[in-house]
Design a binder for this molecule. Structure first.
Ligand code: RWZ
Length: 363
């Protein structure tokens, strides 16, 4: 240090102290976060990266924190006696620079092993953003832990589970939007509408992922509520047998009708957004959800493979969807398909009338 010119000495000392304290340069932890985001979710990576700079990093970190929590919840190789305390204390781990865990699969192994990178990025966010993320992580971790020990039996359980894993995401995003001042203060008080946004996405994923979840190794994790499927089968696995196609599709259609109840609230929420990039961020997943529901409706392929919207169709919405008009048009397209399919089924499917009414309401 003595051999350097005077004006460099403080800089060198700072660099030395920073290294000793293991403080990562800002770019390194954020670069890790965006790289990880791209590896775990292409579609969210695209919309998050297009958010205004004021929100982008906070939402990216929020996503990864919840992804990590999700990885713990999902890993069936972790003993319940370990899993429960990790889920319930995860909101404390996110402040602990040393915390990491060996679990998950594929890219998630890396996310969990190098979790201190996410922690570094988290600790660099504004304290207001940190508080929102920690509060949502706390509530979600507790809710997930509750559902490790109990199944999704009633429709009330189904709504509550979806509230924990997705409704809370919507609620946290509202608070980030309001706190960034990119959206109005009103967003602090929009928990109910935000919850509907999350439930609409989560229920659509649960419906679509039937086969993937039931075939999950080493153990299936099912989220279809027994109160509904119990009317159509003795065991959920029975839906996989080709001879049970009719009750399977009947149950599927009832779940689609249930999910559709959330769509009007989701439109109501999005009508209040004023920042076009925030709007696009919210609207794209919602359009994908109604598109996916329209594809799944009355479609036996849900029980034999993966039903997904085609890449080309998806890409169209990422480009388009600039304002509420575009959004209504997209919703009209898919609710129109749902309404006409439901109308044709009304004689033989007792829930088709609800589906048609709910779809027509979106027209
Ligand atoms: C979008 C900021 C990965 C966070 C939660 C996502 C993991 C349940 C999985 C948080 C759309 C599928 C991603 C419904 C929210 N827990 N379901 C930000 C996250 C639907 C997103 C994924 C939930 C979620």
């Amino acid at each position: 240090v003595l051999e350097h010119p005077d004006e460099l000495v403080p800089l060198i000392q700072m660099a030395y102290l920073a290294k000793r304290a293991k403080v990562l340069p800002k770019d390194e932890s954020l670069a890790f976060c965006y790289d990880m985001l791209n590896r775990v979710s292409r579609s969210f990576a695209v919309v998050i990266q297009r958010l205004p700079p004021e929100l982008r990093d906070a939402v990216c970190v929020f996503y990864l924190v919840l992804r990590a929590l999700d990885t713990v919840e999902d890993d069936m190789a972790i003993a319940v006696s370990i899993k429960l305390p990790v889920l319930r204390t995860f909101h404390e781990k996110i402040y602990d620079r040393k915390w990491s865990m060996e679990c998950g699969q594929d890219a998630y192994v890396d996310l969990m092993k190098r979790y201190p990178m996410v922690t570094d990025a988290f600790l660099r966010l504004k304290p207001g953003y940190q508080k929102v993320i920690a509060d949502i992580t706390h509530r979600m971790g507790d809710g997930m832990a509750d559902f490790i020990e109990k199944e999704v039996l009633t429709v009330r359980d189904y709504d509550l589970y979806c509230h924990y894993v997705a409704g809370l995401v919507g609620i946290g995003l509202c608070q980030l939007f309001a706190s960034s001042q990119l959206e109005s203060k009103e967003f602090y008080e929009m928990e109910d509408l935000a919850n509907h946004m999350g439930l609409f996405l989560q229920k659509t994923n649960i419906i679509r992922d039937f086969l993937e979840d039931i075939d999950e190794e080493p153990a299936p994790r099912m989220f279809w509520p027994k109160e509904i499927w119990g009317k159509y089968a003795k065991k959920l696995e029975d839906f996989k047998a080709p001879e049970n196609a009719q009750p399977a599709v009947g149950c599927l259609n009832e779940l689609v009708a249930d999910a559709l109840q959330h769509a009007p609230y989701s439109l109501q929420y999005m009508a209040k957004l004023r920042n076009p990039d925030v709007f696009r961020f919210c609207a794209i997943p919602q359009v994908m959800a109604i598109g996916t529901l329209a594809l799944c409706y009355n479609n036996h392929r849900v029980f034999t493979g993966v039903v997904k919207m085609r890449r080309g169709e998806t890409a169209k919405y990422v480009q388009l969807l600039g304002n509420m008009g575009d959004l209504y048009r997209a919703f009209e397209l898919f609710s129109g398909r749902l309404a006409s399919q439901a109308a044709a089924l009304e004689q033989k499917d007792e829930h088709a009338q609800i589906t048609r009414e709910r779809a027509v309401y979106l027209q």
